[in-house]
Write a protein that binds this ligand. Structure first.
Ligand code: UGA
Length: 436
């Protein structure tokens, strides 16, 4: 199939762009379409709108070798045999997913396709959506032109290219075995396990996977609270739990909880799907509330410790929702900073990637009174407390003596448990982590 053209709808977003660049690197001709003209113009010049390790190089290579094209014209997908739909499914106020972008993409593709086309739905959609999309095409008399295949995505930001090239599994759902086979074939450079199943099972696998990752995080954060009460250390407890091969070490890092554009949104959507079929999502509701509580407790503890926030000078390390990305969408750092500012604190923040990316302007518009620090030391200078909100690897390497000497009050509130409490105390810091 490598001579055939593949298409991407939503080619300027995280999932879409990683797919476009990786598929081009595998030898396919890829046309990546996005509604956002500015993104497309920049991508045509190999300017990637967000940070993802290795992505810019792949995009450049794809453009140079003329395997990758970016376009703002959907007609350019009309001769593609397989199109990946990678558009957003943002949360509506009640937590359910807004499917309009997916519906529009599928219908538009069916209308413009010159021959039969497969739409592989990468976007995370509620259970039952792929079937409904297919039925809708039937009603419009377009079924013969477009086959809908559920093809949920499991890649994580910061490791997107590796996750694409060495996937843990490939899941396809649908009712057309040949189309499912084609979707698998184009994206399995390695011998990844493949699950071919129904639309509904594929959709359920995606939601249940993200919900379980979120559950592990809320679980360990709940255990962290009792750890603190007994002066235990959650990092050692986590290690002890994770060594059981039935449990595994991943997603057992206590901290501020999960944030970012996926886990929280998908969890809320999953909970609302339970409600829609008259089922309770007792565990998942708890997972959601524990995650909220984690944020409130952190801020409350800080406020109590400082005896109020008005006039306090605070430094913040980390704005992105996790290390290795400049993505600040739904990052825990934003509500924390907004709260601190609204209570009259003066806040200066540093982030190694966000500070250098277009996200900085986006954030500055939303938090105009936030000051920006060029280095972690500048963020700490003359501050009453330093808050660590993202576990960026460079923060682990800080010159702690220098940091302490620059602060007005050597108090660190570490939402990511980067340091050893005993060593920090010996260095003269007051160090407060989570579950330690
Ligand atoms: C997540 C999933 O991990 C991917 O498999 C999935 O494909 C993706 O969502 C998606 O649905 O698109 P991602 O949002 O990139 O990927 O981020 P994660 O690595 O899952 O981290 C989410 C949040 O959990 C971050 O705020 C991170 O700091 C936090 N986290 C993670 C913890 O608090 N503790 C941990 O032990 C691990």
């Amino acid at each position: 199939m490598s001579a055939k053209k593949l298409g991407i709808i939503g080619g300027g977003g995280h999932i879409g762009l990683i797919h476009a660049a990786c598929l081009a690197s595998l030898g396919y001709k890829v046309a990546a379409y996005d509604l956002d003209d500015r993104k497309i113009k920049n991508l045509q010049k190999a300017l990637v709108p967000f940070y993802e390790p290795g992505l810019e190089e792949l995009v450049k290579k794809g453009l140079e070798e003329e395997r990758l094209r970016f376009t703002g014209n959907p007609e350019e997908l009309s001769d593609a045999e397989l199109v990946f739909i990678c558009v957003g499914t943002p949360a509506l106020p009640d937590g359910s997913a807004d499917l309009r972008q997916v519906e529009r993409a599928v219908e538009e593709l069916a209308r413009l396709a010159q021959g039969p086309v497969i739409a592989a739905i990468k976007s995370t959609v509620p259970v039952g959506t792929n079937r409904k999309l297919s039925q809708q095409l039937g009603k419009l008399g377009l079924s013969h032109k477009l086959t809908v295949i559920a093809n949920p995505e499991f890649l994580a930001e910061g490791s997107g290219i590796d996750d694409f090239l060495k996937p843990s599994r490939i899941v396809v759902g649908g009712e057309d075995p040949q189309a499912m086979e084609k979707v698998v074939a184009v994206q399995s450079p390695s011998a990844a396990p493949v699950i071919k199943t129904s639309w509904e099972n594929a959709e359920l696998i995606k939601h249940a996977s993200n919900a379980l990752l979120a559950t592990k995080i809320s679980f360990i954060n709940e255990v962290a609270a009792i750890c603190e009460a007994f002066k235990g250390d959650i990092r050692i407890v986590s290690q002890g739990i994770g060594l059981d091969p039935r449990i595994g070490p991943h997603f057992l890092e206590a901290g501020l909880g999960f944030s970012g554009p996926c886990l929280g949104k998908d969890l809320r959507s999953f909970i609302s799907q339970f409600g829609a079929v008259g089922e309770d999502a007792l565990l998942l509701e708890a997972v959601f509330y524990i995650n909220l509580k984690q944020l409130y407790s952190f801020v409350q503890k800080l406020e109590e410790h400082l005896g109020g926030l008005r006039g306090q000078k605070l430094g913040v390390l980390g704005l992105a929702f996790k290390p290795g990305t400049d993505d600040v969408r739904d990052s825990h750092s934003l509500p924390i900073i907004r709260h601190l500012l609204s209570r009259g604190a003066v806040v200066a923040a540093h982030d190694p990637l966000v500070g250098k990316s277009p996200q900085k302007d986006w954030l500055s518009r939303r938090l105009p009174s936030l000051q920006w620090a060029a280095s972690p030391y500048e963020a700490a200078e003359r501050k009453d407390a330093l808050l660590i909100l993202t576990a960026c690897p460079e923060y682990r390497e800080l010159d702690l003596e220098r940091l302490k000497n620059s602060m007005a009050n050597p108090l660190i509130f570490d939402g990511r448990n980067l340091f050893d409490s005993r060593e920090m105390k010996e260095l003269g810091f007051e160090y407060i982590g989570i579950g330690i």
